[in-house]
Design a protein around this ligand. Structure first.
Ligand code: 0PR
Length: 382
């Protein structure tokens, strides 16, 4: 840091130089991200609550009341109005909180968790931090968790089983209903990671899609991750963790002397109220109707993209279940495809299992972007 400051205009000019080097979602060129342009209402709400700290909720009682309402609205969306939870930083923090609640509920020696091979890497972080042994269940032919593999991994050390509603790489929904039966029968904590699918599956089902049950309407489901900063259109960082029962928050609560609340269950201490404001405002403003349109539009474009990819001669890994398309080619490697698309200005990502080019059709993508992309993709084929 220099001794003396510079003018505001100079600072802003320097900031612009950094910003110029960033990609933007609005350009339609980011094809491999689960984030999107935050909705203007979310941005405005976020700005209004920049100084609000949910880590000391007695000082920000309005924001706390808003968090309670946001959690109740999310619970209602996911099959149970009276749920307990928080608006936090994202899917990683939510998954860590869920694993911590599961571990602390049992408090046994050498605890283990079972996650599908397709689970997000945040469970590896959780396992490492919480000293849990991570056991990975195999996937079936459609890249959903193989329930028999889960059964084979269950032991008296299993403190949690995880199912994913919208896998990171392929957007698949695991058979949560079967996992729920398995867990309810054996009294095992079942966590559903719906970071990606939570804001789309319920709305798609309302518009006639037939996606499987995954929420609190299934009696075995103990907690759900749902991320407003993915398909919920909220600014980053905004995640959501919901628990069926208050005791799951209590088993991991820590005493907080001198604050305006007695105990705290979140990992983050000083916690922005801005994310809560954005989540609340977006649900109020868009309503179910608005979110149905967002999810529906993404699926229509997904289908357009999948058809176009097949027409250009590339192969789909699987039929998309949510708004993610993965494809490959018999001659060109995924690295070659990715490099050549990058030369044409497209930022795609590569899935690891199986190796494929992965495109997430987020709300910032418009029909013209998909058409331009398909045109450039066609040029890759002789
Ligand atoms: N659970 C699932 C199913 C996820 O897909 C993700 C993130 C998480 C949990 C963790 O969420 P946070 O990243 O909010 O902690 N999925 C994306 C991914 O890893 C995140 C992402 C977003 C990556 C935008 C890149 C990007 O440009 O692919």
């Amino acid at each position: 840091m220099d001794e003396q400051g510079i003018s505001k205009a100079e600072v802003l000019e320097l900031l612009k130089n950094f910003k110029k080097r960033d990609m933007t979602h609005r350009s339609g060129r980011i094809l491999g991200s689960m984030c999107t342009c935050p909705h203007e209402i979310g941005v405005e709400a976020y700005r209004m609550f920049l100084e609000s700290n949910l880590g000391d909720p007695g000082l920000f009682q309005g924001t706390k009341a808003m968090e309670d309402e946001a959690i109740a609205m999310l619970g209602d969306l996911l099959g149970k109005k009276d749920v307990y939870g928080h608006i936090i930083t994202g899917g990683t923090e939510a998954n860590i909180m869920a694993m911590r609640a599961a571990r602390n509920t049992r408090r046994i020696k050498n605890p283990e968790i079972i996650v599908p091979k397709s689970a997000h890497f945040s469970f590896k972080k959780a396992a490492d931090m919480l000293c849990l042994k991570l056991r990975e269940a195999e996937l079936d032919k459609d890249y959903k968790v193989d329930i028999n593999s889960v059964h084979r991994l269950i032991s008296d050390k299993t403190v949690a089983i995880v199912g994913v509603a919208g896998t990171t790489e392929l957007g698949k929904v695991d058979p949560i209903e079967e996992l729920s039966e398995t867990c309810a029968d054996r009294n095992i904590f079942l966590h559903v990671d719906a970071a990606f699918g939570g804001y789309s599956i319920p709305f798609l089902n309302e518009t006639g899609y037939d996606l499987p049950k995954f929420d609190f309407s299934l009696p075995g489901v103990c907690s759900i991750t749902i991320d407003p900063h993915k398909m919920g259109l909220a600014p980053i960082p905004t995640g959501g963790i919901l628990f069926r029962d208050r005791r799951y928050l209590e088993v991991m609560s820590i005493e907080t002397p001198y604050l305006t609340e007695d105990r705290q269950s979140t990992i983050v201490g000083t916690r922005t109220g801005a994310s809560t404001a954005a989540t609340w405002a977006l649900m109020k403003y868009l309503g179910r109707e608005g979110y149905r349109e967002v999810a529906g539009r993404c699926m229509e474009l997904t289908e357009l993209l999948a058809r176009g990819i097949k027409t250009t001669g590339f192969k789909l890994v699987t039929k998309p279940q949510l708004n993610i398309v993965a494809f490959y080619d018999d001659e060109l490697s995924v690295w070659e495809i990715s490099d050549r698309l990058e030369e044409k200005g497209w930022a795609v990502s590569i899935s690891s299992y199986p190796q494929a080019i992965r495109i997430i059709v987020m709300p910032h993508l418009k029909k013209e972007h998909i058409e331009m992309f398909l045109h450039d993709l066609g040029d890759l084929k002789p």
